[in-house]
Design a protein around this ligand. Structure first.
Ligand code: GLN
Length: 539
């Protein structure tokens, strides 16, 4: 219970040597170690880029845009936090340089700093500190975990590190903890674990005025005692404050592996939290459900940004949550649908899969190939799940190939289509700017009684998160339904279609929303669960 504590504690997680060192999973794992001891936690991701949010960034380069309940378009790490910790975050949990400067410049224009020269120190750093405090306050959590994106030494991260340095002075040593995660590579030639890059990144932290309290070495294997000693000596932390984040079979194992090394106990002691027992049994059982199954279900992931698996990380996770619950392993193959456009007979490769997903997306490239994949799934009765753009293209495929509406399309893909089966949302027509202007976040959906979707959710009223500008055009509703396509989910005003399905098919479901964002380990998203269960029957 949060009542025992008088004030929140703050844990800052920084990264060294290179990016993608696993800070997001580390932050989630520290949160889990605290949660498992009964402390409430919340999280804040700081992204030092100048974009106001992640919504305008290319998922192929940056990774997935994660959508929060309140419609924030955020960094994918928020998805890791929500899934590991089973919490719902809001857009304030992702802070960027863009937001900080927009706010400070707004204040300057209003005259809030009248007479002053507005500077990085103190105005920008004050704004950062006040944002951190307001996230802590809004969450009411015992501990707030703050992950600093990027790598220590990046120019754009410096104002944030400076703010964090000041933050400790103001909040006190006993209420703040710095965890530095750095790579410890293993040389191919000598098989030696090399600690020098990690030492250097700690030195870089100290140059900024921050001495880490804990160093986590990201290494393929557990640390050699000698290497651990070196990191402790040169990093100037006790031997017992050096931990290893080594390769695990499944990411959900990491908090357990870290706790075994004493990290949970060290963190709680250092922050003066009362020593509570950790109970891992439920989480361990969950991890086992992911690792134990051996039967493989092969899924074709049809899309466009398929070179970076992180582009669809919430979908990947929703599939694995479902597979664990069904008791199978999902094997995912990423398929660029342009392949089906260049070589139509390539579509036959889909016979190798037990299920076909058509992924979300924007723009024209690859859409014809996606439509061909949907046709394949429909005609060959392969389990199919279409998410957002995949849902829209399923309606287009039906209009073209069942209703015979040649050239049916989305006006996003072909503004001059003779049959705009997918068209802009009416409220989008007057919108001219791109940032934060889609239909975003959680909306209630009414599920029609007796449909597959209704049965999967076990409810007639649900909430899912959205991110789109287009929808099924009402002018085509009647014709599509008369031809056998069932609309199983609606917005509350019944002015937009939210789910479609084919009653004559073993599993053919499309969702305008993104149910993947709410999927959790142990509690898979129902349409994903239904899809994997149906696919597993063919395996
Ligand atoms: N491009 C489509 C739209 O804006 C689908 C978006 C998506 O798949 N997230 O409506």
């Amino acid at each position: 219970m949060s009542l025992v504590l008088l004030m929140a504690k703050f844990i800052f997680i920084t990264g060294g040597v290179l990016s993608s060192v696993g800070k997001g999973i580390m932050t989630s794992s520290i949160g889990k170690m605290l949660q498992i001891r009964g402390y409430s936690v919340s999280t804040l991701k700081i992204d030092p880029y100048v974009n106001v949010d992640a919504g305008t960034m290319n998922p192929y380069i940056h990774g997935e845009v994660f959508v929060t309940e309140d419609g924030g378009e955020t960094d994918l790490d928020l998805g890791h936090y929500e899934r590991f910790l089973d919490i719902n975050l809001t857009k304030i949990s992702n802070l960027t340089t863009g937001q900080v400067y927009a706010s400070v410049i707004g204040k300057e224009r209003r005259g809030d700093y009248l007479g002053q020269c507005v500077q990085i120190i103190p105005h920008i750093t004050d704004e950062i500190k006040s944002r951190i405090r307001s996230v802590a306050k809004a969450s009411g959590a015992d501990v707030l975990l703050i992950e600093l994106g990027g790598t220590v030494g990046d120019i754009e991260g410096q104002p944030f590190l400076e703010a964090v340095r000041q933050f400790r002075l103001e909040e006190g040593f006993e209420n703040t903890l710095f965890v530095h995660v750095a790579l410890v590579p293993i040389l191919d030639s000598t098989k030696e674990q090399k600690s020098k890059p990690c030492q250097h990144s700690v030195q870089e932290m100290r140059r900024i005025g921050i001495q880490p309290d804990i160093i986590v070495a990201r290494c393929r294997d557990p640390l050699e005692p000698e290497v651990k000693k070196k990191i402790s000596l040169f990093g100037s932390v006790p031997y017992g404050a050096v931990f290893a984040s080594y390769d695990v079979e499944h990411i959900y194992q990491l908090p357990i592996r870290l706790d075994e090394q004493g990290m949970g106990e060290y963190v709680t002691k250092r922050l003066g939290l009362d020593g509570r027992a950790a109970s891992w049994s439920a989480w361990s059982a969950l991890v086992d459900s992911f690792v134990a199954p051996t039967k493989a279900v092969k899924i074709a992931m049809c899309g466009k940004y398929t070179k970076l698996a992180d582009s669809y990380v919430s979908i990947t996770e929703a599939i694995h949550h479902s597979a664990a619950k069904v008791g199978v392993q999902a094997a995912l193959d990423w398929i660029e649908t342009t392949k089906f456009e260049e070589n139509p007979s390539a579509i036959d490769m889909l016979s190798n899969y037990h299920g076909i997903i058509v992924l979300p997306g924007f723009g024209a490239r690859g859409t014809e190939g996606k439509i061909n994949a949907i046709k394949y799934a429909r005609v060959n009765k392969k389990p199919f799940l279409g998410i957002c753009f995949g849902f829209q293209l399923a309606a287009i495929e039906y209009a073209r190939n069942v209703l015979g509406l040649d050239g049916a399309n989305s006006t996003e893909v072909n503004p001059n289509t003779p049959h705009p089966v997918i068209d802009l949302l009416p409220e989008q027509r007057s919108i001219g700017t791109m940032g934060g202007t889609m239909r975003l976040g959680s909306y209630k959906i009414l599920l029609s009684e007796g449909t597959m979707t209704n049965k999967l959710y076990g409810a007639t009223e649900i909430f899912e998160r959205h991110r789109h500008r287009y929808e099924i055009n009402p002018d085509y509703w009647q014709r599509l339904q008369d031809a056998g396509l069932a609309f199983s989910g609606w917005s509350t005003d019944r002015r937009r279609v939210e789910f479609l399905e084919l009653p004559s098919h073993p599993y053919f479901v499309g969702s305008q929303a993104h149910p993947e964002f709410k999927s959790r380990p142990g509690k898979p998203s129902p349409p994903f669960y239904g899809f994997i269960a149906a696919s597993a029957k063919l395996a």
